[in-house]
Write a protein that binds this ligand. Structure first.
Ligand code: B16
Ligand code: MG
Length: 233
């Protein structure tokens, strides 16, 4: 163990934990379409602005946000509406393939594998495994923690902690990569370095426009907590 300039423990990079939707793949448009069809049927307003607010948020919480200040239906009906959205979403993601992987993501995962750094997914989605398989990402990902592995959704750190454990690393040895505010908070609360991707995740330790802007070297430097590499790298 070595001590860094601020007196803390310096860890070596051993793992990277990626959020799935919005970081490695684009499922946004499928979630949008499925929610839009349901909302139209129920006469609830829904547009891409509301859809953005659902990033990283669980299915049930998403529907609550769509209802907004309107009264929620009885629990059974509410569940049936969530199920209906999910059935439609599952139908839509059947068309996913390698072309839905975001630019630079597969290259980064290969670099990490070649460098002996483990990769995991930490997603709120209960459909994450299917998306990982359909897009071919399972070839590079060592562990998937998803909506089925947790009892508390982001911003709770649980899904990131389950992912770290799944790849046999301590949180301080891992970087978490997220596109949603709730996800950045979850990474922080897990005790990991947080990398934010895209417009909604600027409040991270380091912010990049796309996952393709990351490299093994940069991630290593972040974990070693060299101050010049934090913020807007
Ligand atoms: P499901 P992430 C999240 O995935 C999505 O961003 C969010 O829009 C969705 O509501 C949530 O998963 C739950 O998904 O309905 O498939 O269980 O960004 O955490 O990978
Ligand atoms: Mg996301």
């Amino acid at each position: 163990m070595t001590i860094n300039k601020t007196g803390g423990e310096t860890c070596r990079l051993r793992g990277v934990v990626f959020d799935l939707d919005g970081v490695l793949v684009v499922t946004d448009r499928y979630h949008y379409q499925a929610w839009k069809e349901l909302a139209d049927d129920l006469g609830l307003p829904f547009d891409s602005k509301i859809n953005h607010q659902l990033r990283g948020v669980s299915r049930e919480e998403s529907l609550q946000r769509i209802y907004g200040s309107r009264p929620l239906p009885p629990p059974e009906e509410f569940k049936a509406q969530c199920d209906r959205k999910n059935e439609r979403y599952k139908e839509l993601i059947r068309q996913m393939d390698e072309n839905d992987v975001l630019e630079g993501a597969a290259e980064l995962l290969i670099q990490l594998r070649d460098a002996g750094v483990k990769s995991a997914v930490a997603s709120s989605s209960k459909n994450a495994r299917e998306v990982v398989e359909r897009t071919g990402l399972h070839r590079y990902i060592d562990f998937v923690a998803d909506g089925n592995s947790i009892t508390r959704a982001k911003p709770d750190p649980q899904v990131f902690l389950v992912a770290c454990e799944g790849i046999g690393c301590r949180p301080c040895e891992c970087v978490g990569v997220e596109d949603a505010e709730a996800g950045v908070e979850a990474i922080r609360r897990a005790g990991m370095v947080a990398v934010g991707v895209g417009a909604q995740a600027k409040d991270a330790d380091c912010w990049v426009q796309t996952v393709g802007d990351l490299s093994v070297d940069l991630l290593r430097r972040l974990v070693e907590r060299l101050p010049e590499n934090r913020k807007n790298c």
